[in-house]
Ligand binder design. Structure first.
Ligand code: AR6
Length: 173
């Protein structure tokens, strides 16, 4: 699997799937979640409501992932995952790593070849950027998957720089 980085907006990506940093309700929110629902249109929310009425009556637990249509986005599917809220007193790294593992599993089930990821938990959920980048990249780098390209689409210069540093150190090791 090739790992690439891009500074930009995930809603513009022409990958097979884009990953959404959702919340357990699956019913939308701010950040990348808000942008995906806004640009993807009501078909995404409609499928999320069906998921809540069927498989996830109590919501999607942190660390898990589930796919819907991508609606009006250029991608085919949105893979919704729920990152952990950052905690100074509790190590939730395994839950954050699970977001990437489970998103890749869902992508494989869909037959996706290219997947765009945001920096899950690195916004409203408060995860420090460098650590979010380390967990994201080491997890995807170690994962077994049929995906050809995992593209991290970072929205801000500082997060992009954090991912760049971690990727360079992975490639150098
Ligand atoms: N494309 C790519 N990345 C983006 C975009 C975009 N269009 N918009 C924001 N980001 P966040 P979280 C970056 O807050 O921390 C929502 O309300 C952002 O700069 O979207 O997992 C959900 O409903 C940051 O680097 O997700 C949840 O309630 C990264 O995406 C909660 O926020 C993640 O920031 C989830 O918080």
């Amino acid at each position: 699997m090739r790992i690439t980085l891009e500074l930009g907006d995930i809603t513009r990506q022409h990958t097979d799937a884009v990953v959404n940093a959702a919340n357990s309700s699956l019913l939308g929110g701010g950040g990348v979640d808000g942008a995906i629902h806004h640009r993807g249109g009501p078909a995404i929310l409609a499928e999320c409501r069906l998921l809540r009425a069927s498989r996830y009556p109590d919501g999607l637990p942190p660390g898990e992932a589930v796919a819907t249509t991508a609606g009006d986005l250029p991608a085919r599917w949105v893979i919704h995952t729920v990152g952990p809220v950052y905690s100074k007193t509790q190590d939730r790294s395994a839950v954050l790593a699970s977001c990437y593992v489970q998103s890749l599993r869902v992508a494989d089930e869909l037959g996706a070849r290219t997947v765009a990821f945001p920096a899950v938990s690195a916004g409203i959920y408060g995860w420090p950027h460098d650590d979010a980048a380390r967990i994201a990249l080491t997890t995807v780098n170690q994962a077994r998957s049929q995906i050809e390209e995992a593209r991290f689409v970072l929205f801000t210069e500082d997060v992009y720089a954090s991912f760049g540093q971690v990727l360079a150190s992975l490639e150098g090791s």
